[in-house]
Design a protein around this ligand. Structure first.
Ligand SMILES: Cc1cc2nc3c(=O)[nH]c(=O)nc-3n(C[C@H](O)[C@H](O)[C@H](O)COP(=O)(O)O)c2cc1C
Length: 178
């Protein structure tokens, strides 16, 4: 079936959804550490504690995400653009993941992230040319700071609009808006 839009149009349209930026780390069978920049991270469930992210099925990191395998998701702080760019390179061009790998044989921990989720693979679903990796949160290491944001192919800042009250999406929203 031919679509009424090109792949470029679709990419650009998806990119209009502003997100944070994560680096996901894991260890491939055989012991090679992997790290991938990903903005497809989203929360799924509180009980059990689940999230998902999507990984290109063609990625050399894919074998690291078998059922039950441990991995770590790092929500990047604004000052971590260099990590975002490094882990968006092709595998053979990434550098220095070994430098971060002080916690061998576990998935590498990157320092100074806004939050790290130590996780294990709960399920992997096929999603077209990507794998939908559902992760179970085992531990959280959270810090205060400014997130790295991504929108329309550009990295930047999130700054709260002070005129709008803070929203707790787990509580009723009605109190805030009506
Ligand atoms: C801001 C940003 C977000 C990205 N998000 C994803 C993503 O969610 N899933 C994905 O598979 N690749 C994503 N990528 C691309 C991967 O980071 C990149 O293709 C990968 O690191 C290549 O390494 P590999 O050869 O080991 O797969 C993103 C890149 C950038 C710059």
């Amino acid at each position: 079936m031919s679509a009424a839009f090109s792949q470029r149009d679709l990419r650009d349209a998806f990119g209009l959804f502003a997100t944070g930026v994560t680096v996901v780390t894991a260890v491939r069978p055989g012991g090679t550490p992997v790290g991938v920049t990903a903005n497809s991270f989203t929360s799924v469930s509180l009980e059990p504690p689940l999230f998902l992210w999507c990984l290109a099925a063609s990625s050399s990191a894919a074998p690291a995400f078998a059922h039950g395998a441990p991995f770590a998701v790092h929500i990047l702080a604004h000052h971590q653009l260099d990590l975002a760019l490094n882990f968006a390179r092709r595998t053979h061009e990434k550098f220095e993941i070994e430098r971060h790998w002080r916690n061998k044989p576990h998935p590498p921990h990157l320092e100074d992230a806004l939050c790290r989720f130590d996780s294990r693979v709960h399920a992997v679903h096929a999603g077209g040319d990507h794998l939908i990796v559902v992760g179970e949160v085992l531990a959280i290491a959270a810090a205060h700071g400014t997130p790295l944001a991504f929108h329309a192919g550009r990295f930047g800042n999130f700054s709260a609009d002070r005129g709008i009250p803070k929203v707790d999406i787990w509580e009723g929203l009605e109190d805030h808006w009506y």
